[in-house]
Design a protein around this ligand. Structure first.
Ligand SMILES: Nc1ncnc2c1ncn2[C@@H]1O[C@H](COP(=O)(O)OP(=O)(O)OP(=O)(O)O)[C@@H](O)[C@H]1O
Ligand SMILES: [Mg+2]
Length: 260
């Protein structure tokens, strides 16, 4: 496989009983590329993310991460392999505070020579947490509060702060700004731009046409569980109306016709 491919899926498929939520998805993401996935509610976008990140076990298909055939047992395995995901239904630990959520599985320690008795470096973790949250502009009165008591937008910002704090080999955001105010949305878009500048690849799921055209290189459209278009939007030939036509099924790209 070409070694500039970050993520590749072949025939990725998920059925829930009789529901064909995802059918034969062939997808590729190149190094440094930012791709949006668009499609109506129920089109299979989140299902696609859940199969890649091991939240669920796929019905069939293959996933490669940087050329390595991967099948994660769960989202923490995917995270360990370098995939940082902001899930649509947020995967935060309700009973932990903000720093503990940010550093879950990545705890900073000090006095490492103490071996198993080494100490968690709470001060460093708190400092990094505050810096990460500043990037999202969200106001969280007390980061020592548990996630359970936070608003939807505050939770979303905690999850996003995590992606802004650690370098990852692939970032996936499933509707990251759906619950955010104007200011917070703008900040999150800045985080995404920073990832782009740093050459970190991203998959962004979004219903927001303006946001997608502002941020990404390419749009992949899902419809009824299948990919129906792969649109390079960098040269300006594709309009928002074109994308809507693919989303609603008024148009299908010839190469996807047979599947549709
Ligand atoms: N656990 C499940 N059991 C049965 N059906 C499911 C399950 N999860 C999702 N589905 C179905 O699979 C289809 C795809 O759902 P999915 O969540 O991937 O949609 P989506 O494209 O992310 O939509 P949205 O834009 O609303 O988030 C839907 O028809 C949904 O009802
Ligand atoms: Mg979804």
């Amino acid at each position: 496989m070409e070694n500039d491919i970050v993520l590749k899926t072949e025939d990725l498929t998920k059925h829930y009983g009789g529901v064909q939520a995802l059918e034969g998805a062939n997808f590729e993401l190149k190094k440094g590329e930012h791709v949006a996935i668009m499609g109506d509610n129920g089109a299979g976008k989140s299902t696609f993310v859940r199969q890649i990140t091991g939240v669920e076990q796929r019905t069939r298909g293959t996933v490669w991460l940087y050329g390595e055939n991967v099948a994660f047992g769960g989202p923490l395995d995917a995270r360990e392999a370098g995939i940082e995901t902001v899930f649509q239904t947020l995967a935060l630990a309700d009973d932990l505070d903000v720093p503990d959520n940010l550093f879950l599985g990545r705890e900073k320690t000090r006095l490492d020579w103490l071996g198993p008795f080494r100490l968690l470096d709470y001060k460093a973790m708190r400092r990094a947490t505050i810096e990460g949250l500043e990037k999202t502009a969200v106001k969280i009165p007390n980061i020592r509060n548990t996630i359970r008591n936070m608003s939807g937008g505050q939770r979303q910002c905690v999850a996003i702060a995590r992606t802004a704090t650690f370098h990852s080999r692939l970032t996936i955001m499933d509707e990251p700004t759906a619950a955010l105010g104007v200011q917070e949305t703008a900040q999150v878009e800045n985080i995404i731009r920073t990832l782009k500048e740093q050459g970190e690849p991203l998959i962004l799921i979004s219903h927001n046409m303006r946001q997608v055209f502002d941020l990404v290189d390419r749009i992949v459209v899902f419809r009824r569980g299948r990919i129906c278009a792969n649109l390079d939007i960098k040269n300006g030939d594709i309009t928002g109306e074109d994308v809507v036509a693919y989303i609603t099924g008024a148009k299908t790209q010839p190469e996807y016709q047979e599947a549709a």
